[in-house]
Write a protein that binds this ligand. Structure first.
Ligand code: ZN
Length: 410
């Protein structure tokens, strides 16, 4: 379903949003929604951000009478108040339908035994994986996280065929299975991993050590939870469910919509949500809409695997640059290690970007490599940089990707 077909669904939401949602009644107080005639008009509506949802704590987002709310979930509150999302019976069912569809896209069937390691509780993860499994008719094994001994014993005894996990927990389990030499007793065939930016190295290790096909599953608590999109067997981005959600990609700095194919921030509008509908919600996830159809033939469009968060993005010489793009670029150049650092300065009235990367090469070869990185950066990302190779181990190690980019301009 393309944008045009989704427009009537968007309009249907807007026609009653002020009556249903006290949050949007206030937010759109000075806006005449009846004046919206096309998708371009819609795209001029102000964006909704997480800090606003937080201000609505505890139940300011609730858009139905109390008797229709059957459950709440909450997003983690690492800073300040959490966001509380109320769900109606229909919302819970819609989420399960979308999640069952995710399993089907990953080739999971009723005969599978789904080992669920994401947490249960206020967080949306575990219960979403479970509801989808039950809807599909597969056997759910509701483990939750932790207790590796028990995880592996159940995995073996129950003959789990599908693992659902975060990438870090999947890696931990893969390493334990390897260490204990029990790979031949594990029957896993597929793993559904909550989408985040995770490197190919980690991906390959999990796939190899567990002997599974990997699928990226997308979602966020504010919009149902995981299950609003998933990759298919072709692993070329994640299909998303246009009958439930409308996706836009914007430039996170200007808020302007970007054409398909360009990277930017994902913005989501819910098309059916009752408990807490959201209009033009900023996810802060960086991705792009992949133009064209997938080789699997599905009509559901795709977004790319996430390349980071907007907080990691920098704008240099008018171009938005994300750590994920730099990683992808360096990965493809032979002789460059995965360690890099970016320094952005403002010198003599101009922005300059210096990219440091580690290499084993010396002398003339090193100079050649610097030249190649500079040329590749120009052709793939679009700006001219200062390219500096350093010896292996010279750059500081950091757990956080954001600590690789230093913006010294402000
Ligand atoms: Zn596909």
């Amino acid at each position: 379903m393309m944008d045009d077909e989704q427009f009537p669904a968007i309009m249907k939401q807007l026609s009653t949003i002020k009556d249903r949602s006290p949050f949007y009644k206030k937010k759109y107080e000075s806006i005449d929604l009846t004046k919206i005639k096309n998708i371009e008009d819609f795209r001029k509506l102000p964006l909704t951000d997480k800090c606003e949802l937080r201000e609505a704590y505890p139940l300011g987002l609730q858009s139905v009478p109390d008797e229709e709310v059957v459950r709440i979930h909450s997003s983690s509150g690492t800073t300040g108040l959490p966001v509380i999302i109320p769900y109606t019976k229909q919302d819970v069912e819609d989420w399960a339908i979308m999640f069952a569809r995710c399993y089907e896209f990953a080739g999971v069937t009723k005969k599978d035994r789904i080992h669920i390691t994401p947490g249960y509780g206020l967080w949306t993860a575990g219960i979403g994986f479970q509801a989808g499994a039950e809807r599909l008719g597969a056997m759910a094994i509701p483990m939750g996280p932790g207790n590796t001994d028990k995880q592996l014993k159940m995995m073996e005894d129950m003959g789990s065929t599908v693992l659902t996990a975060t990438s870090s927990y999947a890696l931990l389990l893969a390493e334990e299975i390897e260490k204990r030499g029990i790979k031949d007793r594990i029957k896993l065939k597929k793993a559904l991993i909550g989408s985040e930016r995770w490197g190919d190295k980690m991906r390959n290790r999990i796939a190899d050590e567990l002997g599974v096909e990997l699928y990226d599953i997308y979602g966020l608590t504010e919009i149902y939870g995981p299950g609003i999109g998933i990759s298919c067997e072709h692993a070329t981005g994640m299909h998303y469910w246009t009958d439930y959600v409308y996706f836009e990609i914007i430039d996170p700095k200007t808020g302007k919509n970007l054409p398909d194919g360009e990277y930017g921030e994902l913005v989501i509008t819910t098309l059916r949500k009752q408990g807490a509908p959201l209009i033009r919600y900023r996810t802060h996830d960086l991705t792009r809409i992949i133009p064209g159809e997938c080789a699997c033939g599905s009509k559901f469009p795709r977004i790319d695997i996430l390349i980071g968060r907007t907080d990691d993005m920098v704008k240099v010489k008018g171009v938005n640059i994300f750590p994920g793009q730099i990683e992808d670029l360096l990965k493809d150049i032979e002789g460059v290690s995965s360690e890099y650092q970016v320094m952005i300065d403002h010198l003599e009235g101009k922005d300059s970007l210096t990219l440091f990367f580690e290499t084993k090469l010396e002398g003339k070869d090193r100079k050649e490599l610097e030249k190649e990185v500079k040329e590749q950066f120009k052709s793939r990302i679009g700006i001219t940089i200062i390219s500096k190779a350093v010896s292996m181990g010279e750059l500081p190690r950091s757990e956080k990707k954001s600590h690789r980019i230093f913006d010294n301009r402000y």
